[in-house]
Design a protein around this ligand. Structure first.
Ligand SMILES: Nc1ncnc2c1ncn2[C@@H]1O[C@H](COP(=O)(O)OP(=O)(O)O)[C@@H](O)[C@H]1O
Ligand SMILES: [Mg+2]
Length: 370
């Protein structure tokens, strides 16, 4: 069952289009990340779902209720939309204890004392903050405050939880821990999460689906591994992944054996997974993930190691093949000498051909070295 549906939702600030005809359906139990570079419209989208920002155009449904429609003149206030929010600058009430901060919303809803106690205890346990129940926010670390803020938001059992970069104020180690907790929380709470982040690895690791936006426009909306493996255009391909995908400018020509790709440093044969039309007058870009640039003794392309960055678990190499630089990830604890020679090869069918002019994906396929 879809819980949130955006239909042609547009937000203009004056003549500036912050969100452009966004269509998106979020299913019950999804963990959807709104992802994209700063200024692409993520916060604006989340605020429109919450009812804190009025769209210029379009319709928004929550749980089959039309909560916004410019045509029908409907605009339900935030408190009538049955959603919980957690924003980047969560403010706990400084004069209330942890317990009271969490209980406060329930008291307002006139829950019985016994029910409040049960619910707060449950949340203190889930978020592992039982020992802090009597403390004031000033007596907690950033991560502990964050967990209290999450508990407070979850207290009323919102079926939909909207979060805007809730972990961005935390240091890296704490952020990793909180990511795991959020994912567990999602799995155990039966809530639908809509989560704003500019961090592709956060979106990748947490979400069931990612909505990647650029300049107010939806680029791709799908499960994270699909976004990584089958990017629909050059923007998506470049945004997802660290180190980023390699892009090589090529000319393409259809032959009986497959598609011949040429650039000054390599002659390759590309075998697409599905038949495609190639226009020889167009320019193309070949995309190769660093983990698909393989170093192998019998590889047929020779390259020179420009840099080697071992991290213990894996090593990121920059390799020069004539005029082209390729990054490659080698798994394991291994280092390479600068300026040493390595042999490259390709395997699998994760290579992607893009049209340089339209920036769209043309085909995925395998590569053979000619
Ligand atoms: N109240 C506003 N008035 C004018 N422009 C705004 C306002 N809010 C946001 N914007 C602009 O809309 C664009 C999208 O903003 P936002 O949704 O906050 O981006 P994100 O959260 O993806 O970083 C940005 O260019 C921002 O400057
Ligand atoms: Mg934002």
């Amino acid at each position: 069952m879809p819980v949130i549906r955006l239909v042609n939702v547009t937000k203009k600030f004056g003549s500036f289009v912050a969100v452009d005809h966004l269509n998106m359906t979020i299913q019950d139990g999804d963990f959807v990340s709104l992802l994209g570079p700063s200024g692409c419209g993520k916060t604006t989208t989340l605020r429109m779902i919450a009812g804190l920002e009025t769209p210029t155009e379009g319709e928004i449904y929550i749980d089959d209720t039309l909560v916004f429609s410019d045509e029908k003149g409907i605009n339900l206030s935030p408190d009538k939309r049955n959603v919980g929010f957690l924003f980047q600058n969560y403010a706990l009430w400084p004069h209330m204890t942890v317990y009271k901060n969490i209980a406060f919303g329930l008291e307002n809803l006139k829950w019985s004392k016994a029910d409040i106690e049960k619910r707060v205890e449950e949340l203190l346990k889930t978020l592992q903050i039982e020992e802090f129940r009597g403390r004031y926010p000033a007596e907690l670390s950033g991560g502990q405050q964050q967990r209290v803020a999450i508990a407070r938001t979850l207290a009323t059992n919102p079926s939909i939880l909207l979060m805007d970069e809730p972990l961005s104020n935390l240091d890296a180690k704490l952020r990793n821990g909180m990511r795991a907790e959020l994912k567990r929380l999602h799995a155990t709470s039966n809530s639908t999460f809509v989560y704003v982040t500019h961090d592709q690895s956060e979106a990748m690791t947490l979400s069931t689906r990612v909505c990647l936006m650029e300049r107010g426009l939806l680029q791709q909306y799908c499960p994270p591994l699909e976004l990584y493996g089958e990017p629909t255009n050059l923007f998506v391909a470049d945004f997802m992944g660290n180190p980023t995908m390699n892009f090589v400018d090529v000319k393409a020509r259809s032959t009986n054996d497959g598609i011949e790709l040429t650039c000054p440093s390599m002659n390759l044969l590309f075998t697409p997974l599905e038949a495609v039309e190639i226009d020889e007058s167009e320019d193309y870009v070949l995309g190769l993930r660093p983990e698909a640039v393989l170093i192998q003794d019998d590889g047929q392309i020779e390259g020179t190691v420009i840099s080697s960055l071992p991290s213990g678990m894996e090593t990121t190499l920059s390799i020069e093949v004539k005029d082209v630089r390729l990054s490659s990830v080698v798994f394991g604890n291994i280092d390479f000498a600068m300026d040493s020679k390595v042999n490259l090869t390709f395997k699998g069918n994760t290579y992607i051909l893009f049209n340089k002019r339209t920036r769209n994906k043309v085909a995925m396929g395998s590569l053979t070295i000619k």
